[in-house]
Design a binder for this molecule. Structure first.
Ligand code: FES
Ligand code: FES
Length: 161
């Protein structure tokens, strides 16, 4: 193909490269070019949060980023948040224990929103949690169990320090 550009990324610690259409969205590259299907597509307009990933240490809605503009970047997807020993990250465990998801479609984005919040604010109150997930839609849970899950995760992570 003639109109491609070459990009190189690190995804969950692994070096990746591809020749891509310059118009390809980062979410499409993550899912379709590199095969990390845990990053979901909902709206493609930046509203739902299902495509949230971490890019160079900041959470981003990957449908709002061109893959070409992420060239050279470090990405963490939902597949990269669990520890290498096969267990769950404390935030994942809390969502499991507190029934923080049903279909799971929103879950990658919710987990990244939770991680980002707890990193900057280890003891968030309910209002702060609801604000932190305000860019992430869930069509199943009614949000209450998500809030409880994030509270539980924050408490456990603070206690483990
Ligand atoms: S798919 Fe990116 S915010 Fe909805
Ligand atoms: S668990 Fe189904 S969309 Fe949130």
């Amino acid at each position: 193909m003639s109109d491609t550009i070459h990009i190189e990324l690190t995804i969950n610690g692994a070096a990746k490269s591809a020749d891509i259409d310059p118009r390809l969205l980062l979410v499409e590259a993550i899912r379709d070019t590199f095969g990390y299907k845990g990053t979901h597509i909902g709206c493609l307009t930046g509203d739902c949060g299902a495509c949230t990933i971490e890019l160079n240490g900041e959470i981003e809605k990957s449908c709002l980023v061109l893959a070409a503009s992420a060239d050279g970047g470090e990405i963490r997807t939902i597949e990269g948040i669990a520890p290498d020993d096969g267990g769950l990250h404390p935030v994942q465990q809390a969502f499991w224990d507190e029934y923080g998801f049903q279909c799971g479609y929103c879950l990658p984005g919710m987990l990244f929103a939770a991680l980002d919040l707890i990193e900057s604010n280890p003891t968030p109150d309910e209002a702060q949690i609801r604000h932190a997930i305000s860019g992430n839609y869930c069509r199943c849970t009614g949000y209450n169990n998500i809030v409880t899950s994030i509270q539980t995760a924050a408490q456990r992570m603070a206690a483990a320090k």
